[in-house]
Design a protein around this ligand. Sequence first.
Ligand code: UFG
Length: 322
Amino acid sequence: MRVLVTGGAGYIGSVVTEELVRDGHEVVVYDSLYKGHRESVVPEAKFVQADLLETEVLRRTLSEHEIEAVIHMAADSLVGESVEAPAKYYRNNVIAGLSLLDAMREAEVKRLVFSSTAATYGEPAKQPIEETDPTAPTNTYGETKLAFERALHWYEGAYGLHYASLRYFNAAGATELCGEAHDPETHLIPIVLQAAAGTRPHVTIYGDDYPTRDGTCVRDYIHVIDLARAHILALDILDERSAIYNLGCGGEGYSVLEVIETARKVTGREIPVQTGARRPGDPAVLIASSDRIKGELGWQPALQDLTVIIESAWKWMQERQK
Ligand code: UFG
């Protein structure tokens, strides 16, 4: 299939692109490089550097490359920033997304995979979280992702667009080529590995008084390759129907302390820690039920062991520092 990947120079987008190319799809990456990295785009993919709000470039790209499906991953994704700068999040996650949908309508592209988030659920009432559970975002990031999901629902009814909205839990790990490098970095695993590498003095644990097994927050970490494979499986439903799928590994998840301990074993390094205050808006536990995507698409995580996830991220980080 000829696939446009928006945000394909970002962390998850670059791995999705890698996997699409590996499966023989023709890929055009569309990325402004405002946060993405040009070197993360595999050489086999075509590359267009532009913003989604450049509607003329977007329209031309869809038609010139005869795009058959879009995987839409371009977004702002920092929870804290989203609360301080909601205008930026509405512009980049909702208005820019609608610009994409309108260009798709004109080019008659009717298949879309959307990167959504567990943040659409807010503070969940029960674990594991199912797609049928209520959505009640507690930050602008989750709210804007949910707003776009709702737009997809109405566009489907009116314009015949089919979509798969993938609600990611905690993406982590790396491939040989692509890994996580945000600036500023806010995610736990890269922060822990920076402390192991000595490029950061310590890790601050955001709260150790949560009602969890060791007092620290529990999350459902999913290897970015397992996440990427789900996007490719999701392309297959889009001739027929739309769906919303959670993407996590389920089980018991891992606490912040368990992540740090595993990283100590993987790296063989000291990882200094300090305990700080809770980070506003952090739910105590977020665990996915991914039964729906397992049952409907046969998706299974192959790399759910946290040691494997952290090893891949550590290897990538060390290669990059050479
Ligand atoms: N944490 C620390 N110290 C740090 C960084 C994180 O203790 O320096 C803790 C957080 O409090 C949280 C856990 O580690 O309990 C994981 O934090 P991340 O920032 O790595 O990930 P989040 O669970 O906050 O965020 C993820 C995605 C977001 C998404 C969110 C949904 O990265 O994009 O899940 O709730 F919005």
